[in-house]
Design a protein around this ligand. Structure first.
Ligand code: NCD
Length: 316
């Protein structure tokens, strides 16, 4: 058993291992019956205390493709609504015999707190504005696939928009730089984190200035639900300065690719339809999310004790 809680905690070797393992999982996903018995008898609980579509469904799909049992915890119909504490909830579910919790919560640090209360593996599916390691892994996997590389050495990635409130940006800065990429943060200064000077990045306040020099343009959602003060003067002004338009797509260097973790704010940071632009990797990110989360669950629940040969078996 091990945890997957942040990119820095994983470290570069484990990040590389997980990306390589995801390649095996992608092969399974390409089969007519994309299912193996690798995690038969294991139980994975989804504990999402914050909204999610793709992360939740892709973890669930990943667990099922590895033949794990899945339990779904829905806050709106649980005893959390009767005032049960998170600790009591975790301890109660642990007593039922579970192997992993996939956790999303609005507070930074929750995955580390929960690990004190259970012997199960903790997989962080997003904690506040802190970390979202599986998003970063699937993004690195998608970049490796698109550029045909193993590490990201020689690539420049610009992460654009609401970096201050973004756990995706925090995890991606760690993962991209760990694999050798140069990272630019592009945002109004009010949407940069206070401590960005300590990050291994360069910054710019102008999207137009960086367009022709990036390999990966990574757009972020403006996260109004995490914004407590008026950090931008006007949404329309933000959309004009930092939104991706057809004209801006046209100014990207040839070979540059566009990414977004979803959900998108159409008309704010995205004025183009990703389905209609050849440079978009957004659908690949979603598809690769399943393979990467299979790798994460398999690695966390077997701790490398089983060889990947078990992945060759076909589920009955
Ligand atoms: C992100 C998240 O929830 O952190 N989405 C995701 O997991 N695909 C990004 C966001 O909410 O903007």
């Amino acid at each position: 058993m091990s945890h997957v809680r942040s990119i820095d905690e994983l470290g570069v070797e484990r990040v590389r291992e997980l990306l390589d393992l995801a390649t095996h999982m992608a092969e399974i996903n390409s089969r007519p019956v994309p299912k193996v018995p690798a995690l038969r008898g294991r139980t994975v609980v989804s504990l999402f205390l914050e909204d999610s579509t793709r992360t939740r469904l892709s973890f669930e799909t990943a667990a099922k493709r590895l033949s794990a049992e899945t339990m779904n915890f829905s806050v709106s119909t649980s005893s959390v609504n009767k005032g049960e504490s998170l600790r009591d909830t975790i301890e109660t579910i642990t007593d039922m015999g579970v192997d992993a919790f996939v956790v999303r919560h609005k507070s930074a640090g929750i995955p580390w707190q929960i690990a004190q209360w259970t012997t199960a593996s903790i997989i962080n599916a997003g904690d506040g504005a802190h970390q979202h390691p599986t998003q970063a892994l699937l993004d690195c996997y998608t970049i490796r696939e698109a550029f045909g590389c193993t590490d990201l050495v020689g690539l420049t990635a610009a992460i654009v928009g609401d970096i201050r409130h973004s756990r995706v940006a925090r995890s991606n800065v760690q993962a991209f730089t760990m694999l050798g990429a140069r990272v630019l943060l592009v945002a109004p200064t009010t949407l940069l984190p206070d401590d960005h000077r300590h990050w291994p990045v360069e910054t710019s306040t102008s999207l137009d200035d960086v367009l022709d020099s990036v390999d990966v343009l990574y757009m972020l959602r403006l996260q109004s639900e995490r914004m407590s003060q008026g950090l931008i003067p006007h949404l329309a002004e933000y959309a004009t300065r930092f939104g991706l338009t057809h004209a801006r797509v046209g100014r990207l260097a040839s070979g540059a690719r566009i990414m977004h973790p979803g959900p998108m704010n159409r008309g704010v940071e995205m004025h183009v339809d990703p389905s209609e632009i050849a440079q978009s990797l957004i659908h690949r990110q979603v598809a690769n999310g399943v393979s990467v989360r299979m790798a994460v669950l398999y690695s966390a629940l077997t701790s490398g004790a089983q060889s990947t040969s078990i992945l060759e078996e076909v589920a009955s």
